[in-house]
Design a binder for this molecule. Sequence first.
Ligand code: CP3
Length: 326
Amino acid sequence: MSPPPVWFMRQAGRYLPEYRALRKKAGSFLNLCFDPVAAAEVTLQPVRRYDLDAAILFADILLIPMFMGQKLSFEAGEGPRLSPALLNEKVDLSIDQISEHLGPIMETIRLCRKELAQSKALIGFAGAPWTVATYMIAGQGVKDPAALRSFAYNCPEVFDDLIKKLETATIEYLKNQIKAGVQAVQLFESWASGLPADFMREFCVAPAARIARAVKADHPEIPFIAFPKGAGHILVDYAEKGIFDGISIDSSTDPAWAAEQLSPKVTVQGGLDPLLVVQGGDAMHAAAVKILQAFEGRPYIFNLGHGFVPHTPPEHVAELVKLVRT
Ligand code: CP3
């Protein structure tokens, strides 16, 4: 059995000393995103260190709201802020000028592609409309989706219009990434958890499928991965759409259940609890082996159930890669 391909969500980031050094030099996370030479370097750092099978573009899902007219900032220790928040104010959002903002990101992609070995994939990404909308509405990340759902119920026209605009912008953004050189794309739905099933079907599954269909109409050869974190049994709905090549599972998904329930036509990705990589040792080993065994004999990409946390010891990542490869 040959080992599965391996890459990690948040493989570039604060747990790596070489990232912290460049981030310090850049002054801020956003400066880093908009400096193609630095962003390409950060993208490639984990691939060099661990010889991973793929690089993921260094950027953020919240650049799209910024291009649509909200002000984006990252306060140290507080996470992202978007202002004005749609909950408090009517904001004139426009998607007509999206492509005018994409220059530096596309340049990062071209630089990465030039540096990367042919055998390594470069993965592009975007946030799924609901997840991006949650930040746009609240102006920040919120753990409890109640206020957001109430907004969707109270102002259905504003909400529908927002989801449609995000869909259109995301399609354009991903198509541009592919034209610049990414060879696969991943759609991050980080806030699917806690939603009523029908709400999730309407505002998470359906928009993701429409985005994948539109992107694949122009680029049928590009694998499209959906990562609906917290979607639970609705993962089956994603698989049955027949449009996603890959489905990334979070740490709450039982690998044995996923192996049984998700169509063998889709490649499953991920699943390992990122906190087990903080732990390392036997606990990390046992969980990784269990996942590898569950997906033996079907297409599978090794990854986490969510991104690395900043206090992950880099040497545990090296151990994990070695384990997967042997
Ligand atoms: O290596 C990679 O994964 C590629 C780059 C990447 C980043 N963000 C860089 C980043 C990717 C794919 C993302 C996606 C992203 N961004 C998501 C979806 C995945 C997820 O984590 O659920 C979300 C929800 C965001 C929004 C976002 N960006 C948040 C909530 C934060 C703050 C989080 C924190 O830990 O402080 C960011 C900032 C961010 N994006 C960092 C990185 C490396 C940390 C920035 C820093 O301070 O240096």
